[in-house]
Design a protein around this ligand. Structure first.
Ligand SMILES: C[S@@+](CC[C@H](N)C(=O)[O-])C[C@H]1O[C@@H](n2cnc3c(N)ncnc32)[C@H](O)[C@@H]1O
Length: 383
């Protein structure tokens, strides 16, 4: 902002303030709001924009992220008018052109920037940040079941690819989907948003339960998992079991859509917790078994009433290896209106997720229900 000498001091301070706000918004990926501020600066001080390469470049980045590629190209040309050999601008121009060539016919440009940041996107972002903050390995392995294929769904593939692209160190992101057309649509959407992100995703076409085990085996441990495939409860539980068995100490699993699902032709039965209809009972039982053994190591300490009545379910569950291994995991349900997501991981990383969610743009819109031990660990009134 060196070209402000032609305007008065008051106006200069305001423009500098607007510019710094615009940059912050762009860094926070609120491209639509950032663009509004860059445009206000352009309307108020047109001579500044015609002389300042940086503003044009940042406007172009926002326009590109919003899918407004023609306008992005025009903004880059203004950069190049000011500084024809600028390598950043030349590279951005190449990227915008290549994303224009690959633009799908079915996708509505600009849909991403205009949407309010949804709960799914923020939960995914906050969870990934928590994992990275707690990670000691310096690597970030991510996995999702169910890629994005419509602009009005969750954009999970984009969020993860974008995050992975900004990670240093060893990183990997595998996205599994059994519909080849959905994978193509997802690739098209990624091209539309940011073509560079395509190289961050390894797409695997196939049925989740067949593909997960070999992929996880190859990965070793997985840091971040989003389960957002089908809604057949046993399939979702199978995916969860596989992911949980390879979850890194500071890893998190996010399961989307816990809301009650109506019977459909594909699954004409009740699903009171949506995709977690069987996952939640498992976690609740594992947590009960963990708590009941925590202090004394035996349930008898709770009094004769329990001794007299031995639940067959509890007795069997206490021999279940899966429930034993899930005992280390805590969980949280985040909900906005009817939309609910489950976040599962060990207490440290889950605590970091809670802290981030509390200061996120959706903090005032969501309800957070931690599992009982998560709550106790946070309160430090237990353990
Ligand atoms: C709800 S959509 C995913 C939405 C996406 N995560 C987003 O944020 O936009 C579910 C996807 O999972 C895929 N799918 C459903 N069941 C699956 C399974 N068992 N294995 C692999 N893919 C599955 C579907 O083809 C569909 O593309």
């Amino acid at each position: 902002m060196n070209n402000l000498s032609e305007i008065g001091t008051g106006a200069k301070d305001r423009i500098v303030g607007l510019y710094s706000q615009a940059r912050q918004l762009a860094i926070g990926r609120d491209y639509a709001q950032a663009l509004e501020l860059y445009d206000r600066i352009a309307a108020e001080v047109p001579q500044l924009v015609s002389k300042t390469h940086r503003i044009n470049y940042e406007r172009a980045l926002c326009l590109k992220a919003l899918g407004r590629t023609d306008e992005a190209e025009k903004a880059i040309r203004s950069c190049l008018d000011i500084n024809p050999n600028d390598t950043e601008s030349l590279r951005l121009l190449r990227e915008v052109r290549s994303s224009k060539q690959q633009r799908p016919q079915t996708y509505v440009p600009g849909i991403i920037g205009k949407r309010q940041l949804g709960i799914r996107a923020v939960v995914i972002d906050m969870a990934m940040e928590a994992v990275l903050q707690c990670s000691t390995s310096g690597q970030f392995n991510a996995l999702e079941v169910g890629c994005m294929f419509k602009g009005n769904e969750g954009l999970s593939t984009y969020r993860i690819a974008d995050f992975v692209s900004r990670c240093n160190g060893i990183k990997q992101f595998v996205s599994i989907d059994y519909e080849p057309e959905h994978i193509s649509a997802c690739k098209n959407m990624l091209c539309e948003i940011d073509a560079r992100l395509l190289s961050e995703v390894q797409f695997v076409c196939g049925y989740s339960l067949a593909k997960l085990a070999p992929i996880l085996e190859k990965m070793g441990m997985v840091d971040f998992v989003v389960l957002d495939g089908g809604a057949e409860p046993a399939c979702c539980l199978g995916e969860f079991e596989l992911a949980a068995s390879r979850l890194a100490d500071n890893g998190l699993v996010v399961v989307d859509d816990l809301q009650d699902m109506k019977p459909t032709p594909a699954y004409p039965y009740p699903r009171p917790f949506g995709k977690a209809t069987l996952i939640l009972p498992c976690l609740v039982t594992a947590e009960y078994l963990k708590i009941s053994n925590l202090k004394t190591g035996k349930r008898e300490s709770y009094g004769p009433a329990i001794k007299d009545f031995d639940s067959e379910f509890v007795a069997h569950s206490s021999h279940c290896k899966l429930l034993g291994s899930l005992g280390e995991l805590r969980y949280t349900i985040v909900s906005e209106g009817n939309h609910k997501l489950l976040v599962v991981g060990r207490s440290g990383v889950l605590g970091s997720f809670h802290e981030r969610l509390a200061v996120s743009p959706i903090s005032s819109r969501v309800a957070v229900i931690p599992s009982c031990t998560t709550q106790w660990v946070q309160d430090r009134s237990y353990l």
